[in-house]
Design a protein around this ligand. Structure first.
Ligand SMILES: O=P(O)(O)O[C@H]1O[C@H](CO)[C@@H](O)[C@H]1O
Ligand SMILES: O=c1cc[nH]c(=O)[nH]1
Length: 236
């Protein structure tokens, strides 16, 4: 048991997929895993463990935003020994090169969150990045699955509604998409010497206004999960 998870030691696999939406954790477990067992219902942050292609994998809902994912990331690593963490989430397109339904692998996560300054002090602009081994494995797994992916710098922002941010400048400097968690996931993974990657689906586009139908979203969503699961199985 940890502060926010009722799982017993050993209930959670060392590889964890982490969707923001707890109901997506249920969907992934019931759709993709064999013999899924629910190990957490605290705060309805559902967590499941099952197997995929014979590998034991957990799926843990993290809630939205850096404070929430930070709680689950800390407890998964420190209290349950998680070693490989894959965020699987929706993301808003920013660059004209990405479109709705695209799957994005986050190479790094630029952020406006105070976690960087709180951790390193003012004047140090730490760059949270994903694990290269997981990124490389996911990229090639996607190729094998014939699922096109985009790789690049994403934004992990503190506010979903933010009309004060200069998004165009970020786009000009190569940021391709936005979400709200990956910077904390990558920074904590680095702190505890474990591996993390974010595999995202573009659900809407902030600049072009493109959006997806529910059916299209489900299809592209499933692509994202397949890429993450294959990377989980194939990576060291
Ligand atoms: O789909 P999830 O994983 O929740 O991710 C995205 O969706 C939420 C905002 O709607 C934020 O958590 C953002 O990062
Ligand atoms: O625009 C979006 C879409 C998904 N998630 C976000 O954080 N922003």
């Amino acid at each position: 048991m940890s502060n926010h998870l009722e799982a017993k030691m050993g209930d959670i696999a060392d590889t964890v997929l982490m969707p923001g939406d707890p109901l997506r954790a249920k969907y992934i477990a019931e759709t993709f895993l064999e013999d899924p067992v629910c190990y957490n219902r605290v705060r309805n942050a559902f967590g499941y463990t099952g197997t995929y292609k014979g590998k034991r994998i957990s799926i843990q809902g993290t809630g939205m935003g850096i404070p929430s994912i930070s709680i689950y990331t800390n407890e998964l690593i420190k209290d349950y020994g998680a070693k490989k963490l894959f965020r699987v989430g929706t993301s808003g397109g920013m660059s004209p090169d990405v479109h709705v339904r695209d799957v994005v692998l986050a190479q790094g996560a630029t952020t406006d969150s105070a976690i960087i300054q709180n951790t390193f002090g003012s004047g140090m602009y730490y760059a949270p990045i994903s694990d290269f081994g997981l990124l490389d494995t996911a990229y090639h797994a996607a190729k094998d699955l014939d699922i096109p992916v985009r790789v690049g710098n994403i934004l992990a922002e503190d506010r979903f509604y933010n009309d004060e941010m200069d998004r165009q400048k970020l786009i000009d400097y190569g940021v391709i998409a936005t979400e709200m968690e990956s910077a904390a996931l990558f920074m904590l993974a680095a702190k505890y010497h474990v591996k993390a990657l974010s595999v995202l689906t573009i659900s809407n586009h902030l600049v072009t206004g493109e959006s997806t139908s529910p059916e299209e979203r489900e299809k592209s969503f499933n692509d994202m999960i397949k890429v993450a699961l294959e990377a989980a199985v194939q990576s060291d």
